[in-house]
Design a protein around this ligand. Structure first.
Ligand code: ADP
Length: 203
């Protein structure tokens, strides 16, 4: 079984949590560009040094750098063989167009848009700030990230709807309920069930 998924959703929509669970469920690589960048920062790599300030301020890293990072990662054997779940990329229309190109030989099966209202994600991010102390969860940075989402990322929903690969999932509810909704939306959209699974449960 191979499956290639993209997750879209506001900051704080639960993409990271659900992405990790879905990746385990399907036995595929969870590729989070935010995690890749934070690990580059932690290891003080050239990429990490170049992006630290942008990320702390809630800005977006430039499309060329992101495109080459993702292209490199999707070319690795695990992603090529089993597929992947992409979380945090694409975030802009140029990134989506770059991904269309990168994925031409092995197309994306489904793009899941995890819908959570703005007021609720602000609450969740405020709680996460207390727990994880991420600089980009400071109120001004959150405002900026959410504004960039509406401006740059929300238009991707139409891009993928046009391609016929979009599935919209309500992200309000317990993590278990949301997970179950995502799995059934993925089955409906692709016909693909997890290895040995019935498409509804994995735990
Ligand atoms: P969130 O979705 O909550 O913003 P992420 O962990 O996905 O958290 O990303 C953290 C930060 O990393 C973003 O605010 C941005 O600065 C940077 N980043 C991650 N992915 C991308 C991308 N595809 N394009 C540009 N910047 C990115």
């Amino acid at each position: 079984m191979t499956i290639r998924l993209v997750l879209l959703g506001r900051q704080g929509s639960g993409k990271g949590t659900q992405g990790a669970r879905l990746a385990v469920h399907y036995g595929i690589a969870h590729i989070s560009t935010g995690d890749m960048l934070r690990s580059a920062i932690k290891n003080a790599t050239p990429v990490g040094k170049a992006v630290k300030e942008i990320i702390d301020n809630g800005g977006l890293v430039n499309d060329e750098l992101m495109g080459s990072l993702v292209q490199g990662r999707l070319g690795e054997p695990d992603a090529r063989t089993h597929g992947y779940l992409l979380d945090g990329f694409p975030r802009t229309l140029p990134q989506a167009i770059a991904l269309d190109d990168i994925a031409r030989a092995r197309p994306i099966n489904v793009v899941v848009d995890l819908e959570v209202p703005r007021e609720l994600v602000i609450e969740r991010l405020t709680a996460r700030r207390a727990a994880e102390q991420r600089a980009d969860d400071a109120p001004e940075a959150v405002e900026r990230r959410l504004a960039l989402y509406e401006e740059q990322t929300a238009p991707l929903i139409a891009h993928y709807r046009k391609q016929g690969v979009l599935a919209v999932v309500d992200g309000v509810g317990s993590p278990e309920d949301v997970f179950a909704r995502m799995v059934s939306a993925i089955v409906n959209a692709t016909g693909i069930t997890a290895p040995g699974g019935d498409g509804r449960t994995s735990r």
